[in-house]
Ligand binder design. Sequence first.
Ligand SMILES: Cc1cc2nc3c(=O)[nH]c(=O)nc-3n(C[C@H](O)[C@H](O)[C@H](O)COP(=O)(O)O)c2cc1C
Length: 132
Amino acid sequence: MELFRVIYISRNLIPPSATEAEIGRILEASRRRNAALGVTGALLFSEGAFAQVLEGPLASVEEVFETIQADPRHREVVVLEAGRVPERAFPEWHMAYVGPGATPPSDCETGPGAPVLALLRRMARRAEAAEA
Ligand SMILES: Cc1cc2nc3c(=O)[nH]c(=O)nc-3n(C[C@H](O)[C@H](O)[C@H](O)COP(=O)(O)O)c2cc1C
C-alpha cells in the first residue's frame, strides 16, 4: 500500500479557557476517524501554534486534511511537507498528542517517529517566535 505524509503548522485560535476541552474533542474525533481511515500521526500543541503529521493512504490523508483545513479552531494552515513515504513514523498512533500536560508516548520519542517529532517541535517553536 502506498503511504502518503503531510506535515503542516497552523496558528491556534482556541482561547486559553477552552483549550483543555477543545483539545480533548479534537483528539477524540481524530482517534475515531483516523482509525477508521487508516491514518496515523502526531499532533503537537504549544499555545500559539499547532504542528501535525498525518500519514496513511493518499485518499484517507486527503479526506482528513480537508476537514482539518476547514476547522475554525485554527487558521493559516501552512503545509511544510507532502509526499510519499516508505513507512509510517507513528505506526501505533492514530493521533499521538504532545502538548502542555501531556508527556509524549515514549515509543514516539525513541521509535521511527522521533525525528518527525523533533521536526514538529522545531516548527512549533519557530511559529511561536514569529508570533511574539
Ligand atoms: C489542529 C487540529 C488537528 C486535527 N486533527 C484531526 C485529525 O487528525 N483527524 C480528524 O479526524 N480530525 C482532526 N481534527 C478535527 C477535524 O477538524 C474535525 O473537527 C473532526 O474530524 C470532525 O469529526 P466528526 O465530524 O466525526 O466529529 C483536527 C482539528 C484541529 C483544529
